[in-house]
Ligand binder design. Structure first.
Ligand SMILES: Cc1ncc(C[n+]2csc(CCOP(=O)(O)OP(=O)(O)O)c2C)c(N)n1
Ligand SMILES: [Mg+2]
Length: 317
């Protein structure tokens, strides 16, 4: 076990958690508007998977993408300012929570249309293959997305053209208020990959190391053989679908059961058992994450809104 790596993963997950807690607070104070979909509980998926890829591999994600953006860029200021709609945000304040983007870091969204980004990810992978570059594309999406036509279109093209893309299904058991068993005839989304055909693996999405290892294998395989791969990560979101959702369709017991496998606690326990750091040292890392988030909030609050006369910039007409 690489002690430095485990602490980095812990730090990264703590940053995501604290970032979103602060975002939820700012939202409730009316400082952030629009939609806000929290990822709390799922951090091991984004942090583990992205740490298992090279920084030059592409990432395409959904509207629940704060953690993916932070795991790739580490830039809490640009993310928070974007949520606040400020000109210093990742997209100059025009995209908001659902549209984080940083082309220089190969983070290609932040997409709000469920499933719309799956063919886009296939297209990014097609471009890499066509240009004979060795980069792999990671495409994140939810369980509900696997019922969208565009999901099947993206996988079909990736299978047909043998594209270097790793599809990562974050099975958090719900699409908004609808449990997966009411919309899908099989309990595992991953079996759908067989049809294209595509190899797959089902992993514990609350175990950051398992996520990292599975993604590393899939990414290196895609890089070497130019074959797509499908990972299904079993996980759970602790909060509602968005901050506007009280989540009444789930029992307290169900939420409690999943919270027992809180990915940050799971890794924290492992770090302590291995004698890499004490509980107090882990609290220190958490305090650093809180301080970084407090700085990001202050940065966002002090940043200007975009200039009104720039309203037509970046607009196709
Ligand atoms: C095409 C389309 N239909 C409906 C919506 C509204 N919507 C937003 S998220 C969502 C559920 C998606 O569930 P899942 O894929 O499981 O992702 P999760 O939110 O659980 O991360 C729906 C129906 C949308 N954004 N786009
Ligand atoms: Mg879901």
């Amino acid at each position: 076990m690489d002690a430095g790596l485990l602490l980095d993963l812990y730090r990264s997950m703590a940053l995501c958690r604290r970032f979103e807690e602060a975002a939820a607070k700012a939202y409730s104070q009316g400082k952030i508007s629009g939609f806000l979909h929290l990822y709390i509980g799922q951090e091991a998926v984004a942090v583990g998977a992205i740490s298992g890829a090279e920084p030059t591999d592409y990432i395409v994600a959904t509207y629940r993408e704060h953690a993916h953006y932070l795991a790739r860029t580490g830039d809490a200021r640009a993310a928070m300012a974007e949520l606040y709609g400020r000109s210093t945000g990742a997209n100059g304040g025009r995209g908001g929570s659902m549209h984080l983007f940083d082309a220089s870091k190969r983070f290609l969204g932040g997409w709000a249309i469920v499933g719309g980004h799956v063919p886009i990810a296939a297209g990014v992978a097609f471009a890499s293959k066509y240009r004979e570059e060795r980069d792999v594309t990671l495409c994140f999406f939810g369980d509900g997305t696997a019922n969208m036509g565009s999901f099947h279109e993206g996988l079909a093209l990736a299978g047909l053209w043998k594209l270097p893309v790793v599809f990562i299904c974050e099975n958090n058991q719900y699409a908004m208020g609808t449990p997966l068993y009411r919309t899908m005839s099989v309990p595992d989304v991953a079996v759908r990959a067989r049809g294209y055909p595509m190899e797959f693996e089902i992993v514990n999405g609350d175990d950051v190391l398992e996520m990292r290892d599975a993604t590393r294998r899939a990414v290196e395989r895609a890089r070497k053989t130019s074959q797509p791969f499908f990972i299904e990560a079993k996980t759970y979101r602790f909060r509602g679908h968005s901050v506007a959702d009280p989540g009444k369709y789930r029992t307290k017991e169900e939420v409690q059961k999943w919270m027992e496998r809180d990915p940050i606690n799971v890794l924290g326990q492992r770090i302590q058992t291995l004698g890499i750091a004490s509980a107090e040292q882990l609290r220190g890392l958490d305090d650093e994450a809180k301080a970084q988030v407090a700085d990001a909030v202050e940065f966002a609050e002090q940043s200007p809104l975009p200039e009104p006369q720039s309203v037509c910039e970046y607009v196709y007409a």
